[in-house]
Ligand binder design. Structure first.
Ligand code: NAP
Length: 474
């Protein structure tokens, strides 16, 4: 299959104004050079999306649905190729990458189904003087910005609902992982998306060029997934033109093991919640809070499961933990662990970057006291700090002691107790007795500084729709 490395503007693959190397983080070698866009090319993408919008907004929802369904089918048929692409540019192991492709494709299928189900409302006004007609219309040109950790799924989680709603789009992928996003765009091209409806640019300087795009009055919507730090900047940038924004930002998920939890199940769940994607997930369990009576058993079993993982380049047979996306990211992880240990954390496994090429870091478990600095940061890697607690109330206070509010995990054999605890969690999502909740059919998103809005589920399409009220004199 042909590797796409050019920009995609107005239905054409076009050369960039410069190039950017893409590295394989397992080896440090350059695997491709991808086109970057200058201001004029970003403007051309906006222009194309703006011109295509009226016709795409009026295209029969059934037709939009069928294009998305076709994209789903192509993506599934090319799953192995895409998974390899992800593994090569991102470093994650092939099994994680394949899981991501299947998850990513489901957003095309789900939103193919949602495209034809946009609800409306017709009712009598309470005073009886009119009829209240409520309908939904696509917002318009939408800028979609994605991170490196799920290069396929974060793109389809935005493109699916945007296209289903009738919006036209400009996708900007993370500089580390543009190849997968380019392939997703190519799938949409082959599935029959009309020209101008999907555009791809990789600005040479994301900060100033994205700012410029957000100040173009033709851009009406921003859907961003990435760090809270950059999310805050983009909310400010969106303010001048009052651009509608949805923000899927960072997380610092607590994983609560209550004193009646099934420890083996909790260990299994923690391995998924912490180690899916090598720990580089916004949903990653970053603070493992364990009741004192089960703490020793949990720590021994969890540490064993972590040290048993095979660390190797993502495409190696049997690899379970691959490289981080870059040496810079890996070094950030190492620094966090070093500072946690300096502050009194006790290491049970890992804790040291291996020699040699590649951005590898070992699966690391440590026990820390409340207040350890590592608990205040989003650890985007295979590091699990454990904190011991004595009462449920203490666990809830610890869990909520963060600016983030994306997801939390609760393990207990008493469902009512688990639900009460879930209700006390200041997070947009809670997993009870399981290590993963992500599902295209469910509303994904956070509260507090983890974001604004929801992706997936019935809510996802509404991030790309305006509500219009028409008052009718009768
Ligand atoms: P990031 O540094 O915030 O970058 C995300 C995207 O924003 C990239 O495309 C990046 O482009 C772009 N960007 C960076 N600075 C920018 C600026 N000043 N103006 C405009 N665009 C800018 O995040 P990341 O390191 O790629 O991803 C990890 C973060 O994403 C973590 O915090 C994680 O929790 C979060 N995340 C959240 C979710 C969720 O659903 N809540 C899902 C996945 C990841 P360049 O690469 O060109 O700089």
């Amino acid at each position: 299959m042909e590797l796409k490395t050019d920009l995609y503007i107005d239905g054409q693959w076009v050369k960039g104004s410069g190039t950017l190397p893409v590295y394989d983080p397992s080896t440090g070698e350059v695997i491709a050079n991808v086109a970057t866009a200058d201001d004029a090319q970003c403007d051309a993408a906006i222009d194309a999306a703006h011109r295509a919008f009226p016709a795409w907004a009026k295209t029969a929802p059934r037709l939009r649905s069928e294009i998305l369904r076709k994209a789903f089918e192509i993506m599934i048929s090319e799953a192995d190729y895409i998974a390899e692409l992800i593994s090569r540019e991102n470093g994650k192991v092939f099994s994680d990458a394949k899981g991501e492709v299947l998850y990513a494709a489901e957003f095309f299928r789900w939103f193919a189904e949602e495209a034809v189900r946009t609800p409306g409302d017709f009712r009598h006004s309470p005073s009886g003087d009119k009829r209240i007609l409520v309908t939904h219309q696509p917002i318009g040109v939408s800028l979609l910005i994605t991170p490196w950790n799920f290069p396929a799924a974060m793109a389809t989680r935005k493109l699916g609902p945007a296209l289903a709603a009738g919006c036209t789009t400009i996708l900007k992928a993370a500089s580390e992982t543009p190849l997968t996003a380019l392939h997703v765009v190519d799938i949409l091209h082959r599935a029959g998306v009309p020209k101008g409806v999907v555009n791809f640019v990789l600005p040479a300087k994301s900060g100033p060029q994205v700012s410029k795009m957000l100040h173009d009055p033709r851009v009406r919507n921003l859907s961003f997934t990435g760090s809270t730090e950059v999310g805050r900047i983009l909310i400010r940038e969106s303010a001048d033109n009052v651009v509608r924004t949805s923000m899927e930002l960072g997380g610092n998920a607590p994983f609560l093991v209550l004193d009646d939890a099934n420890v083996d199940e909790a260990v299994k769940g923690a391995m998924v919640a912490k180690m899916r994607n090598g720990g580089a997930a916004c949903t990653a369990a970053n603070r493992i809070l364990v009741a004192r009576n089960v703490a020793e058993e949990f720590t021994i079993k969890f540490t064993k499961a972590m040290t048993d993982l095979k660390v190797a380049p993502g495409m190696d047979a049997g690899a379970q933990l691959g490289a981080s996306v870059s040496v810079k990211e890996r070094n950030k992880i190492a620094e966090l662990v070093d500072s946690a240990v300096s502050a009194g954390g006790k290491l049970h496994s890992g804790g040291k970057s291996p020699d040699g090429p590649g951005a590898f870091y070992p699966a690391t478990v440590l026990t820390v006291e409340k207040g350890n600095p590592i608990l205040g940061c989003e650890v985007f890697g295979p590091v699990a700090p454990i904190v011991i607690f004595d009462t449920d109330a203490e666990a809830i206070t610890l869990a909520n002691d963060t600016e983030y509010g994306l997801i939390s995990y609760v393990y207990s054999s008493d469902l009512a107790r688990a639900i009460r605890t879930a209700e006390a969690m200041e997070t947009g999502m809670v997993a009870i007795n399981r290590g993963v909740v992500s599902d295209p059919a469910a509303p994904f998103g956070g509260v507090k500084q983890s974001g604004l809005g929801r992706e997936g589920g019935f809510a996802g399409i509404h991030e790309f729709l305006e509500t219009k009220y028409i008052g009718v004199e009768i």
